[in-house]
Write a protein of this length. Sequence first.
Length: 244
Amino acid sequence: MNQLILLSGWGIDARIWQTLDSHWPAGIKISAPDWPGYGGKPALEDPADIEELARVMAGDLPPHAVWVGWSLGGLLATALLDHLPTPCGLVLIGMGPRFCVDGGISRQELGVFRRAFARDPEVAQQHFLRWQLQGEPAPRIAHRQLLDLLGATSGADITTLTAGLDQLADLDNGDLLAAPPCPLWRIAGQRDPLLAKTLRDSTDYRLPDAGHCPMLSRPDLLARRLAERVLDAVESDDGTVSAK
């Protein structure tokens, strides 16, 4: 089946993918489920429990689809490979094996943000929205677009957001991505401020004139590249696909 499952990142629910709606080619089935605790979905009793996350998300993450994880969504989607039937492929947008790396966001920098979030979650989250947009060609326009999509609400409860910051600090999928159980593609905005340059340069495709949120700055090109990935996966005779 030509199906893409789109998974959002920290502090942003599935509405972020609406910018791609008018850019999908015919024949592609799109699903954008919210994570538990986002978009009105009940939060997990323990949002950090990956096994419980897998149980709750199993119906939204079928194996006959290509999973697309953006930012924290990429970290979580990768971690779920150990707990759910293997998908046709996995696409990571703006994420590598871990969030904190040399040359990118340091653990110290994330630690400062986590403390700010503990003091005032709403102010810290609004700062994060602006922070991740710094690499877009028109950050102010992208910020207004994001606010128009999300409104005044954060889209997630505080416990889920706090656990997400812990996961950004601690989740390390290096072993899984060293020998992935399914075809893997990595996409990054050419000017993503949250990725180290070495990670940006090693991706399978770099989106020009885009930062960490290419669904805002380059929705046309991002949709095209994702559609190519799902078609590659479906057309593969032996179930394996080389990144292009």
